[in-house]
Design a binder for this molecule. Structure first.
Ligand code: MG
Length: 353
């Protein structure tokens, strides 16, 4: 009897907690509340046909509209070396993978691709490429039309982890779509994994990955283990030696309440080599710009040091405090100085030689 009473109270307590959590998720509004903010209006554009690429939604970041590779870089930050013609880009085998200049965390990604015609090779050697979210988590691209391979490596697999629910592949040469909903992994400050990355994927409009939780980053022949990384990183397209084509690539950043400004502040990704030119001492006042891996830090005093993030190739911002940095370059691309903006004040500093 006592056990039953205890179970009843435990259940009531749990249900009350759950209801409370639900209410919190719904926010402070009443049901059917006219004072609730209206969702932004978005022109949804239109979908592609085999003959013509569609139009992205009006709030999307367009990464490729058929014209040029200006939104892309080689992995090391140099120019992307893939070919662009007739409204598509094509992998130039062994020229290297390419990555977006813009960095993304939680996002909706639309990408279209076509396998080479005529198909050559077999298994993993036929029409292989891949979309790597955050340069780490691969949704496989492969010609899986009448081409057998290990299921966790076929088209629309989360490579090495989850086969797609069905094989919705079109014939080689035909345009195929991936619509991906990605949520980045969450890490505690001590680097511990709080929440794994998740992927939902529609292949040619068919649901093939239903909110799967990734076991770690993509690896071949071994299980990748999570290691902490930045909140936003580029999307990478893989050069696996096959001339796969791409068109109509766009991303919608999803609000992320765990980040300042809901994580919607645009951010680009600069590699270690590109960041190095900013490293040094700035005067007067002794501002130090330091680099650790792919992260730049501003140090204003012995104990005042915070990470800064690029929003363009010369403008950086902090997420933990309201400070912006605008670097001034000479005609050779050498850093001359920096303008620091903080709480309405502007200070000009010169870079010490
Ligand atoms: Mg691949």
């Amino acid at each position: 009897m006592r056990k039953a009473i205890f179970a009843f109270f435990a259940l009531t307590f749990f249900a009350a907690g759950w209801l409370h959590a639900q209410e919190r998720a719904l926010g402070p509004w009443k049901q059917h509340d006219m004072s609730r903010p209206r969702p932004p209006v978005v022109d949804p554009g239109w979908p592609s046909t085999q003959d013509q690429a569609g139009k992205p939604p009006s709030d999307a970041v367009v990464l490729f509209d058929g014209k040029d590779l200006s939104a892309w870089r080689a992995e090391d930050g140099g120019p992307a070396k893939w070919k662009v013609e007739n409204g598509y880009m094509e992998v130039v085998p062994r020229s290297g993978s390419i990555r977006s200049l813009r960095a993304f965390g939680d996002c909706q990604l639309h990408i279209e691709w076509a396998s080479p015609v005529p198909p050559t090779g077999s298994g993993q050697g036929r029409g292989n490429s891949g979309v790597f979210l955050m340069m780490r988590y691969e949704v496989q691209i492969l010609d899986s039309y009448d081409n057998d391979t290990y299921p966790d490596g076929q088209a629309a697999a989360v490579y090495g982890q989850y086969p797609p629910l069905v094989n919705a592949s079109r014939r080689p040469g035909e345009w195929q779509t991936y619509d991906i909903i990605f949520h980045r992994p969450r890490f505690a400050e001590n680097g511990e994994l709080l929440k794994p990355a998740t992927i939902t994927l529609f292949h040619n409009g068919v649901l093939v990955q239903d909110n799967v939780a990734l076991s770690g980053p993509t690896e071949w022949m071994i299980r990748g283990r999570y290691t902490p990384h930045r909140d936003k990183l580029p999307i990478l397209l893989q050069d696996h030696g096959n001339p796969v084509r791409f068109r109509n690539i766009w991303v919608r950043e999803l609000p992320d309440p765990s980040l300042p400004e809901n994580g919607l502040h645009p951010e680009i990704y600069l590699g270690e080599k590109e960041l190095d030119r900013y490293v040094g001492e700035y005067q007067p006042g002794r501002l130090l710009i330091l680099r650790e891996g792919d992260q730049l830090f501003a140090q204003l005093a012995e104990r005042v040091r915070f990470p800064i993030f690029a929003e363009s190739e010369t403008r950086f911002f902090a997420k933990s405090v309201d400070v912006q940095f605008e670097f001034d370059l000479d005609s050779k691309g050498q850093v001359r100085g920096v303008q620091v903006r903080h709480s309405g004040h502007q200070t000009e500093l010169g870079k010490a030689r």
